[in-house]
Design a protein around this ligand. Structure first.
Ligand SMILES: *[C@@H]1O[C@H](CO)[C@@H](O)[C@H](O)[C@H]1NC(C)=O
Ligand SMILES: *[C@@H]1O[C@H](CO)[C@@H](O)[C@H](O)[C@H]1NC(C)=O
Ligand SMILES: *[C@@H]1O[C@H](CO)[C@@H](O)[C@H](O)[C@H]1NC(C)=O
Length: 418
């Protein structure tokens, strides 16, 4: 009897130990989502990791209602709702367990939940493998993609219509994450990036999740991109479009800055602007288009779902903007149609509403090593290495004879290391 009890306790201890997974050993996740604060939650069995590094927790430490069988609060699928028209749902996290859905506002289960999946998402099957939100910017309408085997059930949040697709070429995803406008299917310890509309995979996949989504000894992070020290930051360009999307460019990479809550992360420029293979000198946005300047060429892109190079481009700087020589920085202020082009110590203005385009004004500047400039509702930030200068308006920049006091680029601004 005593031996039996001891053996039983030992078995329980071993089971408890075996149940504590190590994400650096190459595990398959049950579900991954961002929470309202932009922290990635990785679920495995009754456990969750919060963030790309950090300790393992029991899921019911945060989400106590997920406890279906004591201490085995597994999650089949999870996503963060994107539906700005409905603040009651927007940014809430949804967890799926068998035929049930749990809706959380941060760590608090909403009244009336869990509900059956049928009730909340009619036409969507139970025992899901994965789920991911897809906002209208990326999927034409605010949608949720539910995965089960090779089947994908695309749920339109507005109309509640479900479209079924089968993506046999994609591995069976045990979890799917939308991160920095990209869609990742996780399978085994690998992941594959796919297009959320067509399921298409481009690029070299699968990749090992440990190199990108977690910090593990002997595994690299971000495919070779190392965040620079803030004191060593050097921008090539920065721009913000009418929708408020802000991108910085540095060497071969770009970074989206306005999604800062979900973490700042660098991607190759060619991923979004595939013809721009050698970095940029300056970038500006005007009337739904993005202008990327490199050497004596201008590439103009229109955003339709993806950035698409307009036919006939690149063109020469001379032909497109009526200027010649190296461009250091360029910016357009909100609601204006003048691009201010910085070349060395000179700022030249070009009226983008005129044809042909000609320089309307050229003024000397108080700064000489400008890398990039961004104009917003609060004025202009002019970047020089790891420092920046703030001006109230292009007029003040053009007329001031002395540079204002420089400020330092911070980790929160650019994702650099302190
Ligand atoms: C979650 O918490 C944050 C602040 O901690 C709050 O701003 C937000 O409204 C909460 N809920 C959701 C669904 O975002
Ligand atoms: C879509 O899939 C669901 C769940 O498997 C099923 O109930 C439904 O009939 C399918 N709809 C169509 C149009 O095939
Ligand atoms: C992960 O991907 C690599 C290729 O990058 C492949 O060789 C390996 O078999 C994959 N492993 C699993 C478990 O999918």
């Amino acid at each position: 009897m005593e031996l039996f009890t001891k053996t039983l306790l030992l078995c329980l201890a071993l089971a408890a130990h075996a149940a504590a997974p190590d994400r650096c050993e190459g595990i398959e996740f049950d579900a991954i989502t961002l929470d309202a604060k932009g922290t990635a939650l990785f679920f495995k069995g009754g456990h969750v990791w919060k963030g790309f590094h950090g300790p393992l927790h029991l899921s019911n430490e945060f989400f106590k209602e997920l406890d279906d069988i004591h201490l085995v609060g597994h999650v089949d699928a999870a996503f963060r709702m994107h539906n700005k028209e409905n603040p009651e749902d927007h940014d809430h996290t949804y967890f799926f367990q068998n035929d049930k859905v749990f809706k959380y506002d941060n760590d608090t289960l909403e009244n009336g939940y869990p509900k059956t999946i049928q009730e909340e998402f009619p036409g969507v099957p139970s025992h899901l493998d994965a789920a991911v939100e897809c906002p209208q910017e990326e999927c034409a309408t605010n949608s949720v993609l539910f995965f089960k085997g090779h089947d994908v059930h695309v749920y339109d949040i507005g109309t509640k219509a479900v479209k079924n697709k089968t993506w046999s070429h994609l591995p069976v995803c045990t979890s799917v994450l939308r991160w920095a406008e990209h869609y990742y299917c996780f399978h085994g310890h690998n992941f594959t990036r796919f297009n959320p509309v067509t399921g298409e995979v481009s690029g070299t996949y699968p990749k090992d999740a440990r190199n990108y989504f977690m910090k593990c000894a002997n595994f690299g992070h971000g495919g070779g991109y190392q965040a620079p020290k803030c004191s060593e930051v050097k921008l090539d360009a920065i721009t913000s479009d009418d929708a408020g999307k802000t991108y910085l460019f540095s060497g071969p990479i770009y970074m989206r800055l306005d999604t800062h809550r979900d973490g700042l992360h660098a991607f190759p420029i060619i991923r979004l602007w595939k013809e721009v293979t050698n970095g940029v000198d300056a970038v500006f946005s005007f009337a739904d288009k993005m202008y990327l300047i490199k050497d004596d060429k201008v590439y103009i892109y229109k955003k339709i779902v993806h950035y698409t190079l307009i036919e006939g481009y690149p063109k020469s700087l001379k032909e497109e903007l009526g200027i010649e020589g190296h461009v250091d920085a360029a910016f357009v202020c909100p609601n204006e149609h003048t691009v201010h082009i910085i070349q060395g110590r000179t700022m030249r203005d070009v009226d983008l509403s005129a044809t042909p385009r000609v320089v309307t004004q050229g003024v000397p500047l108080p700064l000489s090593n400008i890398d990039a400039a961004l104009c917003g509702p609060d004025g202009i930030n002019v970047f020089e290495g790891s420092k920046y200068y703030h001006y109230q308006s292009p007029m003040i920049l053009a007329t001031s004879r002395m540079a204002p006091f420089p400020k330092n680029i911070t980790p929160a601004m650019m994702g650099c290391e302190e």
